[in-house]
Write a protein that binds this ligand. Sequence first.
Ligand code: BGC
Length: 750
Amino acid sequence: MKAANIFSACLFLLPLASCTQVTDSGRDAVIEQKIEALLSKMTLEEKIGQMNQISSYGNIEDMSGLIKKGEIGSVLNEVDPVRVNALQRVAVEESRLGIPLLMARDVIHGFKTIFPIPLGQAASFDPEVAKDAARIAAIEASSVGIRWTFAPMIDVSRDPRWGRIAESCGEDTYLSSVMGAAMVRGFQGDSLNNPTSIAACAKHFVGYGAAEGGRDYNSTFISERSLRNVYLPPFEAAAKAGAATFMTSFNDNDGVPSTGNKFILKDILRDEWGFDGLVVTDWNSAREMIAHGFAADDKEAAALAVNAGVDMEMVSYTFFKCLPEQVKAGKVKEEVVDEAVRNILRVKFRLGLFDNPYVDEKSPSVMYDESHLAAAKRAAEESAILLKNEGEVLPLKEGVRTVAIVGPMADAPHDQLGTWIFDGEKSHTQTPLSAIKAMYGDRVQVIDEPGLAYSRDKSMAGISKAVSAAQRADVVIAFVGEEAILSGEAHCLADLNLQGAQSELIAALARTGKPLVTVIMAGRQLTIGKEAEASDAVLYSFHPGTMGGPAIADLLFGKAVPSGKTPVTFLQTVGQVPLYYAHNNSGRPASSHFKPLDQVPLEASQTSEGSSSSYMDAGVQPLYPFGYGLSYTTFKYGKPQLSSKKLSSGDVLTVTFTLENTGKYEGTEVAQLYVQDKVASVTRPVKELKRFARVALKPGEKKTVTFELPVSELAFWNIDRVKTVEPGEFALWVAPDSQAGEEVSFQVVD
Ligand code: BGC
């Protein structure tokens, strides 16, 4: 490091403590000097040891032996603070250079206090929800010594067959960018150096959500244009938000596994975005390049990964075993190893691990703090989406005296937590059944008859009892959906209908003629057309976490008002996959005049049914579009006023409109701004979300809402492979969902 590259960021007016010397690439100069000093003392084996991550296992002596030799840089999956400190002590006090370990864990949507799954958080369209959830997860996880989480997962996901859609922020690039960046800020806090901050990891880099056929780990075929326009922006936003680490994805894109993909790891991540944190492989994904047929053996896999820009290997040990020899053989340059080690040490220094390596084993427990539970409840409330409310059956009226609570998800403390809850405990879950009894038991009599034991239960034996409960009640509330294990990693489905005999249960309940409220808890958007049709009201709650019960209870009884919106398109049938709102137009866009298949005349002429891009049996209309969700109240949108109808690429477009609460309840509307580039050098999506805002309004209240949109945000990767705004006509909508709103237009003139 040359002294000339360092300048002082101290302003003479600032107190001394805020002085940080930064290098001309914006890094903390003191940290960079420490990295260089340490690196100069390291043997090749010690360097490669830093690049090795193991998963904790029972035998602490054995692990300690490896750590002492400098063979391990990071340990994942150790959550006992006493063992965390014991391992750390070996690293700091007994290894030759005393480099602390980085302790990691998948803390995805909560540590002990479980928040709604990320797909649910995305339905809130509230970055504060995502940030708070991540902050609280960080506070709880760091209290046992975890300083690195493998989240946020920001894979744009347009296929609900893929089980990992649950972990994502859904189908939209912009929504995923905003929510992902908020999660990064929440996990990392104001400074990584704070003991309650944990390093975030933007994953899975990149394209994993586009797995062919929705089958986990499968190949993807994403063009560079789609990568840049659709899949990369959430990662760029995470990098800008300061994400300390990135994880490579399992998939090969167009033949190149991400773990060996220099184009994404070096050219884009490092050179274009200036990322200087650490890149870790996914679990065993270096070695899996052998199964891909991309590497012949461990030696080649290690060299390919490191040369492509991976810094640390998760669990497969190919680096540690093979890199010394690969360096000696000239297959990997020692400078490449040095760079990887710098990236790892930088994160460790930034986390303050060298100064403060241990966790306080004696500090009072922060788990399930009242404030954490309150935040989890708020998140679950904001995440629930009201899809239907015929005859205003919700909120339940004062006259309702008896409610039948049925269905396998009414009291499923494990399943409502959702996927990826290594540390969540079902003993702390508050289910809808327990919450309704506890919170509203003095107002209504509850008849509790599940009908089915769990979501896949096919036995019809209990259904008649549920029907009899319904007959004795004023209103039936059916809790259906899917168990936690039906979504998440490697849990993909080819059929998205309700499992087991749940459809039969809903049909039988509907036949009683009693008002039927169906609450669905699931890890993905299921195909619920029939059940929605049979129900008077439908409330969709992606697995809502520890406090799902009280949140849903308050929503049903009107103490809270639904405000969530669909972060994914809901399909009529799985055969419509992929169906997402931001699609490009074909030369023959589908008309909305869908004719059921059995109305197609016999021996009709070839073109009688029109020639457009659609399905004869299902059409292309979703069951519910992206961005959709009702409230107990109603909102009226005024016509948007634009600051100008002719803008230059350097301008900021200001869009102003009034939003009025025209109903009886206080409520919050998620107002959305969509834009379409009408004609461009490559075809562009029919609509793209560019802004959204949650607007709270009392009955009769009217507010002026303003969105500011820099014209530069209309840029896309064009025919010349350049990210630019092309002049021309644009359409704009301000709307309650992706299919509504009145079109207004503007022009970009240069
Ligand atoms: C998953 C990652 C996760 C890692 C560590 C992998 O199987 O794909 O998302 O972070 O395991 O548990």
